[in-house]
Design a protein around this ligand. Structure first.
Ligand SMILES: [Zn+2]
Length: 171
């Protein structure tokens, strides 16, 4: 599950893994605003609810904003591609979509922003171990490293617990 991060003024800023949310909370940088009622995290001597929404406290906000380009990860590729298959532009499910190597790994293709795109399982299967040209498929956009990532987009399925913190136009 992901955790929504709010600024101290309750503006949505990012979504991160719940593990990272917990470590920010343990470090005292954020407070927990909403919890998932049915998800639990167990530590050696404590069980608590998984954070759904957290909010920055104090003045750590600037440090969070600084930093380099977004990290390459499955969920960040999903955000960069705005949740759409980069071959057929179908809306993807965040848990079942696949990462496609544009130049297949078997041909030396790397796992990087420039060579990985979001793909629906059928397109991924159709392409197999081929380049898009060999498979007769076309990318809707050439992949590249993003400088910023969208927090949400029109088709994004977010948890109910986030609803009150997301601007109307996206809801
Ligand atoms: Zn597709």
């Amino acid at each position: 599950m992901d955790t929504l991060v709010l600024s101290s003024a309750y503006q949505p800023m990012a979504q991160i893994s719940w593990q990272r949310a917990i470590s920010m909370w343990v470090a005292g940088r954020v407070e927990i605003v909403e919890e998932y009622e049915d998800r639990f995290v167990a530590t050696v001597n404590k069980v608590f609810k998984m954070p759904a929404v957290i909010r920055f406290v104090g003045t750590v906000l600037k440090r969070y904003h600084k930093g380099k380009n977004p990290k390459f990860s499955r969920s960040n590729v999903f955000l960069r591609d705005r949740g759409r298959c980069q071959y057929c532009s179908k809306v993807l499910n965040k848990s079942t979509f696949t990462l496609d190597h544009v130049l297949p790994a078997s041909k030396g293709g790397k796992r990087s922003w420039e060579n990985i795109v979001s793909s629906c399982p059928p397109c991924n299967q159709r392409k197999r171990n081929r380049t898009p040209a060999e498979a007769g498929m076309r990318l809707i956009k050439q992949p590249s490293a993003p400088s910023v990532l969208p927090i949400f987009f029109d088709t994004y399925q977010f948890p109910n617990k986030w609803k009150n913190y997301i601007p109307n136009k996206i809801r």
